[in-house]
Design a protein around this ligand. Structure first.
Ligand code: GLA
Length: 497
């Protein structure tokens, strides 16, 4: 595929040479971006990135890495409960030019001045910077990899690197800009140290690594950023991690719309996110007691995803009946949980409510909502399986319906929506979407809507009119960064070297 613009040729000259030589954009680019549509934009971006790298690190030989963000089509907050998700990697990504160093120094610069230069040493342990600092995502990856290889035959004094990063995943928008950064830096660190890892193993390692920044997330974001496939979504299962490609329906688009409510996970919003895994763990603990009474033995049940016939030796119906009988709809207090679990309140808090820094998550004023969280997680897991089957059969209407049910459950049972996301979903459905839901962690961020390809233009105009017009802080021409159809792109990769 030739894109005969002078701009593009100049970029290819500067970039590391891919297998296709310098005449054609390398496969990494062809599978990452819609070059026939966006070739000029992509070329201009890489030209800017190349210039920024060269200016800061003159003369250094360069390699390129990129890691995409994602949208999750369905399966929200199921991953850390051991139930599936179905995301796709998108053509918005973080890209970096980089080169290795002789010493262990890591120097990071960013084309966006909001992210100032960061430096640290690739030696264990790596002390995190202030909460929310972008350098922490690099430290998380480097620290996890050094620990992984510690004591093994490949351990050595590690080489650092210098990199200039450019990202176009909307930040704090539920599209995994932070996990994309962790993946990007992991690939860079592996490359400069000539290390290789199985992608599945790396995905698991990076999911754990990201807890370094304080979130108790699951493994979806790192897995899809590493393993995304052009034109396909992936159904991802956990413990152990495994993936199955899901064909996307032809003639339909997934349109992302940013609510403009920031959902930063690295600042105070962390607690709002982390409350859910805590409530799920508590629900699983209460259910473990109920199932051990029912079975007369200790069941293997530590996650809500363990509520399965093959784990418990009961039918689906028996499991649902027992679980529903064991949990009441009224929120739980810590005192009640302590009585149920037969442990002092402090022991329950220490076992189930600890933050990463060792402090205890306070008892929520409105109580622990175990029944509601249980119901969402288990039903959402079933919806993912049903959506996967619908995609395989090309049943677009069923997919849309499942997306709508998912949003309702995220809103009412898991309580991770907000009025702006609900408004966007409502406008989307009124404007012809077959399905629409929040995507990602929630509390703001984006929605994803399933729309017939031929109606995308009208759909976007309707959202522009009904949601974005007159919103404060929005500049003209910015719309294409706020609401856009998203293509399923390939996962992360490195070029050159
Ligand atoms: C965040 C986490 C994921 C997942 C989603 C919600 O993105 O990083 O692991 O839990 O929220 O589905």
């Amino acid at each position: 595929m030739s894109i005969p613009t002078g701009e593009w040729q100049a970029v290819l000259q500067a970039l590391p040479q891919g297998p296709g030589g310098r005449e054609e954009p390398p496969e990494l680019f062809r599978e990452a971006y819609d070059l026939p549509q966006q070739g000029r934009r992509v070329a201009a971006r890489y030209a800017r990135l190349t210039a920024a790298f060269r200016e800061r690190f003159p003369g250094a030989p360069l390699l390129l890495a990129r890691a995409p963000g994602r949208i999750n089509l369905i399966g929200e907050h199921t991953d850390y409960n051991g139930l599936p998700v179905m995301p796709m990697a998108v053509d918005r990504d973080v890209a970096a030019l980089f080169c290795s160093r002789e010493d262990a120094g890591v120097v990071l610069t960013n084309t966006d001045p909001a992210f100032p230069e960061r430096r640290f040493q690739a030696t264990l342990p790596v002390a995190p910077g202030a909460a929310g600092d972008w350098g922490n995502y690099c430290k998380a990856a480097v620290q996890a990899l050094m620990e992984h290889f510690r004591g093994g035959p490949q351990e050595r004094s590690w080489r650092g690197f210098q990199a200039t990063v450019d990202g176009n995943i909307p930040p704090a928008a539920g599209m995994s800009s932070s996990s994309a950064l962790v993946v990007l830096f992991a690939l860079i660190f592996l490359r400069v140290n000539s290390l290789e890892m199985e992608v599945i193993e790396l995905a698991g390692l990076l999911a754990a690594a990201e807890r370094y920044v304080g979130t108790q997330g699951g493994g979806m974001d790192q897995a899809i950023s590493l393993m995304g496939r052009p034109g396909q979504a992936l159904k991802i299962d956990f413990f152990p991690l495994r993936t199955r490609p899901a064909p996307l329906p032809t003639g339909y688009a997934f349109v992302v719309a940013n609510s403009l409510v920031q959902a930063a996970k690295s600042a105070d919003a962390l607690d709002r996110y982390n409350r859910r895994p805590i409530e799920c763990r508590l629900a699983a603990a209460v259910l473990r007691m109920a199932f051990s009474r029912r079975l007369g033995r200790e069941p293997s049940l530590s996650l809500l995803g363990d509520l399965k016939p093959e784990k418990l030796g009961l039918s689906e119906e028996e499991i649902t009946q027992t679980a529903r009988g064991a949990l009441h709809e009224r929120p739980y207090t810590l005192r009640e949980l302590s009585a149920l679990l037969g442990e002092p309140p402090e022991a329950v808090a220490a076992a189930y409510c600890s933050r990463r820094d060792g402090t205890i998550f306070p008892e929520p004023a409105d109580g622990f909502k175990l029944f509601q969280r249980y119901r969402h997680v288990v039903e959402e897991g079933r919806r993912v399986e049903a959506a996967f089957a619908a995609l395989q059969r090309g049943e677009v209407t069923s997919l849309g319906r499942l997306m709508n049910e998912s949003h309702g459950s995220c809103r009412d049972l898991y309580e991770i929506s907000c009025p702006e996301l609900d408004a966007l979903v409502e406008i989307a459905l009124k404007s012809g979407a077959l399905g629409s839901r929040l995507t990602g962690a929630g509390f703001g961020g984006c929605t994803v809507s399933l729309v017939e390809s031929g109606r995308v233009g009208r759909f976007i105009s309707a959202l522009a009119r009904e949601y974005y017009r007159g919103l404060p802080g929005r500049e003209e021409g910015e719309l294409e960064d706020l609401v856009f159809p998203s293509r399923a792109a390939r996962g992360a990769g490195v070029l050159g070297g």
